[in-house]
Design a protein around this ligand. Sequence first.
Ligand SMILES: Cc1cc2nc3c(=O)[nH]c(=O)nc-3n(C[C@H](O)[C@H](O)[C@H](O)COP(=O)(O)OP(=O)(O)OC[C@H]3O[C@@H](n4cnc5c(N)ncnc54)[C@H](O)[C@@H]3O)c2cc1C
Length: 332
Amino acid sequence: MAENKGILICGEVVDGKLAAITAELLGAGKKLSAELEQPLGALLIGKDIEEVAQETIGLGADRAYTIDGPAFLDSLPDLYVALIAAACEKLQPSVVILGQTDMGRDVAPRLAAKLKTTAVLDCVGLEIDPETRALLQTRPVYGGNATAVWVTESQPQIATLRPRSVMAAESDTSRTGEIEPLPIVVEDSAIKGKLVETVKTEVEGIKLEDAKVIVAGGGGIGGPEGFEKLRELASLLGGTVGVTRVPCDEGWLPLTMEIGQTGRIVGPDLYIAVGISGAPQHMAGCSGSKCIVTINKDPDANLFKESNFGIVGDYKQVMPAFIEKCRELLSS
Ligand SMILES: Cc1cc2nc3c(=O)[nH]c(=O)nc-3n(C[C@H](O)[C@H](O)[C@H](O)COP(=O)(O)OP(=O)(O)OC[C@H]3O[C@@H](n4cnc5c(N)ncnc54)[C@H](O)[C@@H]3O)c2cc1C
């Protein structure tokens, strides 16, 4: 293998703050850094990001690298790919980790192509092979029905990490480390696309990827009004509401709430699935949940096989009693 050295995580800054995924990337990065005995760097792109760069040091980075550039949502992946590629060429890391987020999904494959290496997307586990010192990248396959471990021979080894699949690093404000601005400028010719307009979609409650509790509804809910009970439960448990493909196709709720292969990939502590059959394309997005509770009137629904707990019944009858019981337990 080439002599690349160091773990580099590509953090994300949203509205001037570190996005939750950054602490998770640092959590994974710290472990790899200890196993490989190589330093951990955090790369951040944005305007006026000194303070958040300092935060990454508190979260475990040995060094934070900053690039003066626009926030991701105000920009095009082309620019991010060019900036991160230039940073990798300068720093020569052996491992680069991004989040399996809108940014990471867009950037990682193009970054790999630019650096003539490979990228393994949507990893749920990253560790170092003690013998070969290669990065072992675990990711779900076959719609979440199995996991596979990937090893890449080229460097840097690029991986995206699924949100909430590892423990976030804890902050220690007494940690010290350098902040190094990287004076990288990208030629206009590297930007092939043109940003014409940014349309921000309204997100109901907490972002699905950040939620610790998700109450998800499917075709069995029967219409938009049925989701009121799901919202009530989500709000009681401090969570948010998600959906399968069916409510989106039917126009009951927006596509931004879809969970699954073509929707969001989530990993909450608790996933309450109501009126959902458990198709593989849906499971691909929620099988990383720590605990799945299913409410379905069909005892043979596939989701029961994937669940920790299940209630067989019509959700219209089950939900009021379920909500009442949760309220009682929370207040005792
Ligand atoms: C390429 C591709 C990509 C896809 N990507 C996704 C994706 O990202 N996400 C996704 O979700 N789907 C996706 N799909 C669609 C997927 O295959 C399924 O069709 C979809 O997940 C089914 O949604 P559902 O379980 O809500 O609906 P259904 O299959 O209609 O199931 C409804 C369930 O509700 C139960 N039910 C009915 N009434 C009640 C009641 N009153 N009380 C309790 N239970 C009740 C039924 O028993 C049934 O199990 C994709 C499909 C393809 C081909």
